[in-house]
Design a binder for this molecule. Sequence first.
Ligand code: DCP
Length: 230
Amino acid sequence: RLILVYTVGVFPNQEACFMHLGICIEGNIASGKTTCLEYFGKTSNIEVIAEPVHKWRNLKGHNPLALMYQDPARWGLTLQTYVQLTMLDQHVTTMTSPVTLMERSIYSAKYIFVENLYRSGKMPEVDYAVLSEWFDWIMRNIHVPVDLIVYLQTSPQTCYERLIERCREEEQVIPLEYLEMIHQLYEDWLIHQTSFKVPAPVLVIPADHDVQKMFCQYEEHRGKILMGSK
Ligand code: DCP
């Protein structure tokens, strides 16, 4: 029996354990992350963790995601605090498969979405400082392992078209400029690597193509993804 052992670490809820490979799928809003996860989710030995958007849309009857889009200055901190918590929860969940694919990460929540709210003047400095303190505390005290980042690289225009097509109610207010800002933050972080620390090697997959072409690309990259190499 083949046993894949990649790294050894300690989770807060476990004794020392043999970990598996943790891969994060990153990309702009509507870049196709869910389709990518669903595709690889059909493979045995891969556990897929979808982004907890349903939680952000319904927290005890409240919809922090919709509130954030309606009034980012008032509700940005509320949503992003909850996003940070739900992402951390996913990162430290005990994994049973050799490979886990996760949609986004606690890193992009902070480096992309919180950063965007702050830089665009929609998040007060004190809110940004509180979130940053939380984030830094987590980084210092909790092991958040990522072995590979798969970056689905799209043009903002493609994401905008997909966004309009999928018609998620909360997102109707998103303008193209918002996607352009998210895109730029992703490019600076993962391609130019000039903004924030990149926690793992980055595999870039061009993702403006239609679904069939994307499936072909996923097949081409399957080996690398499952071995956690770029
Ligand atoms: N969001 C946010 N802050 C975060 C993470 C996400 O405001 N830290 C928002 C952006 C979207 C919604 O949550 O409006 C869902 O995010 P994703 O883009 O990650 O999920 P999608 O379903 O759009 O991904 P894809 O279409 O690529 O599958």
